[in-house]
Write a protein that binds this ligand. Structure first.
Ligand code: HPA
Length: 245
């Protein structure tokens, strides 16, 4: 069984170049995963792939069964998870299609099933989440980033919003004051659930648009999709290098 899983986000519901060897629908104590679990070979290594928003991209961020997805990967023996996520760019240095490997996050989500430890337990469990991303995996991603021809932002604070609506300009202003560099809707509770199950988890974010109020134009799905189509090509190139490291 492969130790590495990739969770594909918006723009990455399938992984071109993945030779699929096995496809399984798995039931978990938390319900069904977003999509069948795909096992296959990518860049010469065996990996697991899961489409976060469903195989046909139908599940909105607040409806993703994050617990089933993460539980299932753990159950299959996965140890390392690379999460791909579309984000809006808040920091002025970020351009659409840029890649960012965030080092911190702030959670603005609410009313999501966000923990495996919701019930009474003895002892009550509080995970350490000081560093929300697995540093060794971030370092591996950054080492891979040295081998590609495009620039990757080596850190950033990811603000996770509830969605599915995009933010107001004032909300983005507040997030910028809080220290957020990028904004997305799927980073939490995914990262915390991975930590609860001791998975080594890191995110590769693709900037699909300037965040609300960061450009004079309204944000459109056409713009988001066009930038993701381009940006995802860079994600694929990075993944090939990461997998080979
Ligand atoms: N806000 C929140 N989530 C997003 C955005 C955004 O601007 N772009 C892509 N995902």
């Amino acid at each position: 069984m492969s130790e590495l899983a990739i969770i594909g986000g918006t723009g990455l519901t399938d992984l071109a170049g993945l030779e699929i060897t096995h496809r399984q629908i798995l039931h978990t104590p938390y319900g069904e995963t977003s999509s069948p679990i795909i096992q296959g070979r990518y860049a010469g290594k065996s990996i697991v792939f899961l489409a976060r928003h469903g195989a046909r991209h139908t599940i909105p961020p607040h409806k993703v069964n994050y617990r089933a997805n993460i539980w299932c990967l753990k159950e299959l023996g996965v140890q390392t998870v690379i999460a791909i996520a579309a984000v809006g760019g808040i920091h002025p240095s970020l351009q659409p299609q840029d890649l960012v490997i965030p080092h911190q996050l702030i959670d603005y989500t609410g009313s999501r099933e966000h923990t495996f430890f919701a019930e009474e337990r003895n002892p009550v469990t509080h995970i350490d989440f000081t560093q929300p991303y697995c540093e060794s995996l971030r370092e591996r991603l950054l080492a891979a980033a040295q081998q590609v021809s495009f620039k990757i932002h080596s850190q950033g604070v990811y603000g996770a919003t509830q969605g599915p609506r995009l933010e107001t300009a004032a909300e983005i202003e507040r997030m910028a004051r809080d220290g957020c560099d990028i904004v997305g809707m799927t980073g939490m509770p995914e990262a915390a659930l991975a930590r609860e199950l001791n998975l080594c988890y890191a995110t590769c974010a693709v900037v699909s648009n300037p965040a609300a109020g960061r450009s004079p134009k309204p944000i459109t799905m056409t713009e988001i999709e066009a930038n993701l189509n381009e940006g995802i090509e860079h994600v694929r190139q990075l993944l090939v290098k990461v997998i080979q490291l």
